[in-house]
Ligand binder design. Sequence first.
Ligand code: ARG
Length: 864
Amino acid sequence: MKDYRLPSEGKMNIYHPPSGATSKAYVSGLKYSNKLEDMNGLEEGLEFLPTMNAKKVEKRGPKRCIAAIAIVLVCLLLSLLAGFLVWHFRYRNAPVQKVYNGHLRLVGRNFIDAYENSNSPEFADLAREVKKMLINIYKNNQDVSPFHKETQIVAFSEGSIIAYYWSEFSVPKHNVEALDRAMANIQASNEAGMKQRGSYEMRVETVVAFPSDPDIIKAKRDNSCSYALHAKEGVVTSFTTPGFPNSAYPSNARCLWVLRADADSVISLTFTTFDLEPCNVGNDFVKVYDTLSPVEAHALVKLCGSYGPSYNLTFVSSTNVLLVMLITDATERYPGFKAEFFQMPKKKNCGADLTAISGTFSSPYYPAHYPPGMDCVWNIVVPTDKRAKVRFNNFFLAEPGIPLNSCPKDYVEVNNVKYCGEKKQFVILSKTNKISVRFHSDLSLVDSGFSAEFMSYQTNDPCPGKFACNTGRCIAKTLRCDGYNDCTDASDEKNCTCTEKQFRCRNGYCKPKLWFCDGMDDCGDGSDEAECKCPANNIRCSNGNCIPESKKCDGKDDCGDGSDEGSCGRVDTVSCKTYTYKCRNNQCLSKKNPECDGNKDCSDNSDEDNCNCGKRFYSKQSRIVGGEDSDEGEWPWQVSFHTKDTGHFCGATLISQNWVVSAAHCFQDDWRRHLDHRTITAYMGLLDQGDRSNSNVQQRGLKRVIRHPYFNDASYDNDIAVAELSSPVEFNKYIQPICLPDVTHDFPVGKSLWVTGWGATQESGNGASILQKLEIRVINQTVCRSLMVPNDVTDRMMCVGVLTGGKDACQGDSGGPLVSLEANNTLFLAGVVSWGEGCAKRNKPGMYTRVSALRAWIKEQTGV
Ligand code: ARG
């Protein structure tokens, strides 16, 4: 049975269509009784031929035989007919319940406040009239009228008057399509001259109807949470899910918040806290609509899961209404959300004429999500002796499943090219001193838009003394043809002659010879890795060796590095090797990285023990502004070490309530003298160094520091230490331990890892105030050795970075975490920031202590 939320002459309550109506039973005339007497009667009345008489039957001749066949045939036909009738009445012709949500515009009457209150007599009067008019419209349509069951007017809003309604139909299956078509065109037929005259001067101008989301109406739900709120001038109004923040939101609920503002205003809505069931776990979600009926065509956004506090969750309506709907399922419940809204004057027009040498512009209400249904044009004109260019610094016009080449929904159009999706900074040049930028948003699903700059450049030379990328970016001439894509569109690497230190990829690019067969597709077409392929029926090991395919997963380390036994699909117990994961019961697994991946692989389940680690409280982090600033709770294991004299001097990582891991070199001063651990304070739950008194922060002294006994302060080999906190910390959203990788844990070449810290943001620069995050990749150990002084790189070190330069840890990040997001959304500590040659230099990756190699030592010292 369907279940809709409607007002019944006033307050919202549940509407159940009468049950008889939904499932009319067509009975085919046959009657059965299961009463005992009848059953006996039936048995007595039937005569079966005794098997012993079989011969007699055969001898009775052909006439009887034909009669028997005829009887059988007639019976068959009869039962076919009965079956057809049942099918026809019961299934083919079975009526389907269809519900359409819509709105219509009334002109010829003024809006009064009482229309916002569905309990008022004025509401009831107008609703009655509008309903009559709507039914009249249906009456003129043969595909609609016969099936109409029920219509209700749900709400009114100002402008001049918008009425929101739903209509329910009971329609035979084979008429559904025609009904859908008729309802979709109901506006057209109405506009086409039918302008319905009501009994007064009032008339219907436009009607819109949408089939309703079956997800929303199918399940039976608790509807007791419905609210109507009107923005007050100059005031921010807030609302929350029921019980927030002290108790969870109700299950099986459909909550609605009708938000209204004065005519000629729009609404700005912000979710300040958002914590729902994770999207992949259940079906709880919030939808925001740009109208007062929940129709998909006007949905602005669907939200689920939890968002970090700095995530931009501000939405702007296109008119003076918004509808917020919360749908919850029967399973586990979460705290919910807190939201606030206010009204602001509706912008008369967006876009502008911009005449200057340079300037900025952005999508409407940026950085809030832009409203739907916008069309803005910026006409940019720079001085006549120059040419114009536009640089998009932030660009978010993304919708799931939208083709990025045609941009059929929201887009920015410049020089007749449409742009959509999510983009890194890009530049568009004009061949004249003019350039115009058009922004379009359709009626559903919005994003946070763009911010852009326009500039002018010299006609003859867009990049004086530099190389001009096709993207408009200017880069140093030395970066041309060096094998690195500096322009982001690789225009600096086109039409190059390779030097003797480079090889030519099949696609024409020149790349450093060093990258040949390093396990990464550097050419982009795989040609740098193709020729290092092994002979037929052989596979390539991670260390470059070739072995016969038949030796893969045979339980023997044929590669020499275990890579042929690492991931063998099914999980087997194998004989133990240095590279096989060992369960507590001493059985070894053929599966790579089985720890805390959500599957119980060991027969004693020990691979899933101690997995209360590496989890973030917030499932979604901010994706805009501030480049690499972290969110609160994004890296809850991050620790900051302070001394009174230096302030922050090193990072560390929480591995339990009272132990942290850091770098050994953090505990010596510039003259290699040991630091006294009593002078050190550890801060947990910290985001901003300038806000250490924040209530999320827990501060501890150190009871002791244990440096690795083989730490070499010249080579930085074994650069690891553990420190015990003076007393345990309390875990919460902001403070959590990281997972430690098993000694066999593999972080393969090319894998993305994240490093975090408050270190210098450029070489010999100042430290950051907000915790910074950076995504970098694991670099092949052999390539790394050839880039650094080869003997400097030991097996206890890991090279991670971006060989193009520009992305690296730096002074002050030392001791801090390098983490890897693994199966089951679990984060592992792959490395500890250790050393580097300067910071972020090209071909000089950052060096990290390889935690898996020192795993046993950590366990010995801390028990973790
Ligand atoms: N040793 C430095 C420190 O004490 C960190 C060096 C990291 N450098 C690098 N380029 N990744 O903070």
